[in-house]
Ligand binder design. Structure first.
Ligand SMILES: [Zn+2]
Length: 424
C-alpha cells in the first residue's frame, strides 16, 4: 500500500529541524520494509501564525510499504529520539494517510490550502483525524498534526526545490564553518536556475542559517540539476548528509488575490491594488510607511528596516500613484514583500515666479498679495506650477534576498518584463 507520511512541529528555537528529522526517518524506513517514492516535500505554511517563530514548514513523503505498524513504530522512535520535546512550544504530530483514498486526499487538499494561506485550528485537525480514522502520532498538545495533515494534502501548481545539507550531530550549536566566496561562486555558476543563495547588494550569504539547528546550508532552485551544480562548488565544514526537497517556496502560494476575498483578515497575506493617499514617512529605526485606498478602505503599508534598499523605491511614492502591494496583513498593516507600480501620477511643484527682467526669484508680498522682484520692482500675481521629475518607473520591485520570506516569489521567477528591477 502507498502511505503519505506527514510530520510537523518537531523543532524549537533552540534546535532541530523537521526536514532533518524527516530525512532520518526516511532513511530508517528505507532500511526496513518501506520504499520511499519520489522526493520528500517541504511545505511552507502560513508564515504569520502567531505561535510560530521560525519558518513554519512541514514535511511529507510517500512510502510503499506492507507494514504500516512497523513504520509507525519507527516514526515514534525517531520523534522521541530527535524532537525538541522539552521545549514548551514544540508539539509534534505525525500522520499516515492512505494515498489511494481519493476522497480523503481531496479533503486534505482543501484543508492544506487553508493551512497555507489561512488559520486552521487543532479541533479541525482532530475532527479530520477522527472522521477518517487517520493513523497518527500526537505528542504533548500535538499542534504539529495541523501541518502534518496539510503537508500530505498540499498540491503545488508551481514548485521549486531546495537542497538542504546537514551538519554532523556533534557540531549542532557550534559556529558554522564555510567559505563565503564559494557561495558567491555557486551563485555565479547557477543563477538564475538557483536563487537566494547570496545577497550581492548586501554582501551576505543567506543560504547559511544562524540558528542552532542541524541545517548547514540550503540551496534553492528550479531543478535538482541546478542545485547540485551549486552544491558541487560550495566549501564548508564536513557535510553529514543532504536531501533535496520539492517545495512551495518562492511561489507566492500564501497570497490571496483581492477577488478571492470579501474582507481583509489579520495574519493572512494579500495582493491588493490601490492609489497612494498618504505619502511615505519614516519613523525611528528606518521603517517607512504609506497608505493606499483600496476596495477594503484605506490601508497602511510598511517597508520595514530589514527590507533595506527596497525602501528607496517606497520613499519615492507620491499621492495619486497607482500600486499593487504584496504582503502579510499584520497589525492592520501590509508588510511589503513586493510592490508593483502601475501608474506614476503627474506631480506639480509650485514656485514663486522668476523676474522677467533679471531672472531672480520673486518674493511674496504676503498672503494673496502677489509677488515682486525687490531689485527691478517687477510684479506677478501667481505662483508658477512646474511638473516634477519623478525618479521612478512603473514595474514590479522586490525586497532584497536577505529580507525575503520563504514563500515569497522572487522577480527572477516572474517573467521578463520586470528583470531590470531584480534584486539579486
Ligand atoms: Zn528683477
Amino acid at each position: 500500500m502507498k502511505i503519505w507520511v506527514g510530520i510537523d512541529d518537531t523543532d524549537s528555537k533552540n534546535g532541530m529541524c523537521t526536514t532533518y528529522l524527516a530525512k532520518i526517518l526516511m532513511d530508517r524506513i528505507q532500511k526496513s520494509s518501506g520504499e520511499i517514492i519520489g522526493l520528500p516535500r517541504l511545505v511552507r505554511l502560513n508564515p504569520n501564525i502567531p505561535y510560530k517563530t521560525r519558518g513554519n514548514g512541514a514535511v511529507s513523503f510517500l512510502v510503499e510499504t506492507e507494514s504500516l505498524a512497523e513504520m509507525v513504530d519507527i516514526a515514534n522512535e525517531t520523534v522521541l529520539e530527535y524532537a525538541e520535546l522539552d521545549d514548551v512550544n514544540t508539539d509534534p504530530g505525525v500522520v499516515f494517510v492512505n494515498a489511494e483514498d481519493d476522497s480523503l486526499m481531496e479533503t486534505l487538499y482543501r484543508f492544506s490550502l487553508r493551512v497555507i494561506r489561512d488559520v486552521a485550528s487543532m479541533d479541525e485537525a482532530l475532527f479530520l483525524i477522527g472522521k477518517h480514522l487517520i493513523p497518527h502520532l500526537k505528542y504533548k498538545r500535538g499542534r504539529g498534526l495541523i501541518g502534518a495533515l496539510a503537508s500530505v494534502g498540499a498540491e503545488f501548481r508551481d514548485t521549486t526545490v531546495e537542497l538542504l545539507a546537514y551538519r554532523n550531530r556533534e557540531r549542532f550549536g557550534e559556529k558554522r564553518e564555510f567559505n563565503p566566496d564559494s557561495f558567491f561562486l555557486a551563485d555565479l555558476l547557477s543563477y538564475p536556475e538557483t536563487f537566494d543563495t547570496v545577497d550581492w547588494g548586501n554582501d551576505s550569504v543567506i543560504s547559511v542559517p544562524n540558528s542552532p539547528d542541524p541545517v548547514l546550508f540550503g540551496i534553492r532552485g528550479e531543478s535538482i540539476a541546478a542545485v547540485m551544480k551549486a552544491y558541487e562548488v560550495i566549501e564548508t565544514e564536513e557535510i553529514h548528509m543532504y536531501q533535496v526537497f520539492v517545495t512551495n517556496q518562492a511561489t507566492d502560494m500564501h497570497l490571496y488575490t483581492e477577488d478571492e476575498i470579501q474582507m481583509l483578515m489579520e495574519n493572512r497575506s494579500y495582493i491588493l491594488g490601490g492609489d497612494v493617499v498618504e505619502e511615505p514617512f519614516e519613523i525611528e529605526g528606518g521603517h517607512v510607511f504609506f497608505s493606499i485606498s483600496t476596495r477594503f478602505g484605506e490601508i497602511r503599508c510598511a517597508a520595514f528596516e530589514p527590507t533595506k534598499q527596497f525602501r528607496n523605491v517606497v520613499r519615492k511614492l507620491r499621492t495619486g500613484d497607482r500600486v499593487v502591494v504584496y504582503g502579510s496583513f499584520k497589525d492592520e498593516t501590509i508588510n511589503l514583500e513586493k510592490i508593483k507600480i502601475e501608474r506614476i501620477a503627474d506631480i506639480y511643484e509650485e514656485f514663486n515666479p522668476l523676474c522677467w527682467k533679471c531672472g531672480r526669484r520673486m518674493e511674496s508680498e504676503g498672503s494673496g498679495k502677489g509677488f515682486r522682484c525687490r531689485k527691478c520692482r517687477t510684479k506677478a500675481r501667481e505662483k508658477v506650477k512646474v511638473k516634477a521629475e519623478r525618479d521612478i518607473e512603473p514595474g514590479l520591485y522586490e525586497v532584497p534576498p536577505s529580507a525575503r520570506r520563504h514563500l515569497s516569489k522572487p522577480l527572477v521567477r516572474m517573467g521578463t518584463e520586470t528583470q531590470s528591477h531584480i534584486f539579486r
